[in-house]
Design a protein around this ligand. Structure first.
Ligand code: AMP
Length: 407
């Protein structure tokens, strides 16, 4: 077969309950060949935004389910002369949010693995069922392409017991697999490795704090390449204030809302995951808009920003102590890569701890990795753009490649 435009590339899929994000990229050259998002799947006005080699297509029509969405995406490729099923695609990499206690390596999906991902769905009822729907839909349409699950919890599977254990009745915790798993692991690993590379140092020699600040947000402490703590816990709800999630709250609030407010568990789940965080405090979770409102003197946006910063700084302090001092502090994701004010404010006044931001460097806008601390800062502060799709593609192709050689 002659080489096709997607020969040797990887289709990366991130399926949500009513959405499906995808990218086709070359894991070696890092070239992105196609990128898209199907939204409102299962509703009457579904939409696909599809980008292929420099041109955009937008489709609005009813997509009954994920399989229909993927079939439509494959038809968009076909319109450009690409038969995805027969084009030498090396692998499909699926982002799977929760690996439970079973999975901590990228794993080739077969019937047994699929059943195990299904078995751990109760640990991540908001995420894993949707990931599985994505897996089933793609494998129905691309049955001959190896499918690999890459787990968001994997990087943190070996957290020290003291960091991973909740002080809950031990038998109850054991029965229900209650422990801190951590999430955004693909990003934390990718960014921390890139940071070490960028500094020209061995991964194993760098103690770093990674701040993944996007709509979802988490922080990790990575000691010599080994994560020793992270802010997300059994679910992605714990830790930092996020776009729509509370982050840490007193669990007693849940009892109060149920007993006094008469709210159901599902209502509280929606409240703390979808209607809280920055959005709950000021009605907005787009950080750009919040920063503009703060500038304009809006009190609700100011409080939201202050609560967000207070939580960030609390964890920066905690992780500096846990690591016994850091070599690097690394910002990534939408807010971390773009919001200079958040970077400056989260590390302001920490000169006594050897942390000094350079205002001019911090103000530079760039999509490249860069240092934003002063020459004399003992701790190097960096911005390192994350690329979860690339990380998933590389892991997927490594697993698919080694399996096909073995077989
Ligand atoms: P992510 O989840 O990584 O895509 O990040 C999304 C968040 O990044 C949203 O809250 C955006 O408002 C925020 N963001 C993106 N660009 C900027 C920017 N230039 N300044 C501030 N926040 C931004």
């Amino acid at each position: 077969m002659s080489r096709t435009p997607i020969d040797g590339t990887v289709l990366v899929v991130n399926a949500g309950s009513s959405s499906l994000k995808y990218q086709v990229l070359d894991p070696v050259t890092e070239e992105v060949i196609a990128d898209g998002l199907a939204e409102r799947i299962g509703e009457s006005a579904s939409r696909i935004k599809h980008w292929y080699r420099g041109h955009d297509v937008e489709v609005e029509e009813t997509l009954a389910d994920h399989e229909a969405a993927i079939a439509r995406v494959l038809a968009l490729f076909a319109a450009d002369g690409v038969d995805v099923a027969d084009s030498g695609l090396a692998a499909v990499g699926h982002r799977v949010v929760h690996g439970g206690r079973s999975f901590f390596e990228p794993t080739l999906i077969d019937d047994v693995v699929r059943s195990e991902i299904e078995r751990i769905c109760p640990l991540a009822p908001l995420h894993n069922p949707a990931n599985l729907v994505g897996i089933d839909a793609v494998s129905a349409l691309l049955p001959d392409v190896p499918a690999v699950a890459v787990f968001d919890t994997a990087f943190f599977h070996d957290l020290p017991d003291a960091a991973a254990t909740y002080a809950l009745d031990a038998a109850v915790a054991e029965e229900y697999a209650v422990r801190r798993y951590g999430f955004h692991g693909t990003s934390h690993e990718y960014v921390s490795r890139r940071a070490a590379e960028f500094l020209g140092r061995d991964y194993a020699d760098v103690d770093q704090i990674v701040l993944h600040l996007g709509n979802g947000a988490s922080m990790s402490a990575v000691a010599g390449g080994r994560p020793v703590d992270t802010t997300m816990g059994m679910t992605p709800l714990e830790g930092l204030v996020m776009g729509t999630r509370t982050g840490d709250i007193d669990a007693g609030i849940v009892f109060q809302l149920a007993r006094v407010g008469g709210m159901s568990v599902d209502e509280i789940d929606t409240l703390v995951n979808k209607r809280s965080g920055l959005k709950g405090l000021c009605g907005e979770n787009d950080f750009r808009a919040i920063l503009e409102r703060v500038e304009a003197g809006d009190a609700a946006a100011r409080l939201a920003y202050d609560v967000y910063l207070h939580r960030l700084r609390r964890y920066i302090g905690a992780y500096l102590i846990e690591l016994g001092g850091a070599d690097a502090i690394v910002f990534t994701a939408g807010v971390g890569e773009n919001a200079a004010a958040v970077r400056a404010d989260s590390l302001a006044g920490l000169e006594k701890f050897g942390i000094e931001i350079d205002a001019e460097r911090n103000a530079v806008r760039s999509s490249e990795s860069r240092v934003i601390s002063t020459e004399s800062s003992e701790v190097t502060v960096l911005v390192v753009p994350t690329n979860e799709e690339l990380a998933i593609a590389r892991q997927a192709v490594a697993v698919a490649g080694s399996t096909s050689q073995a077989g």
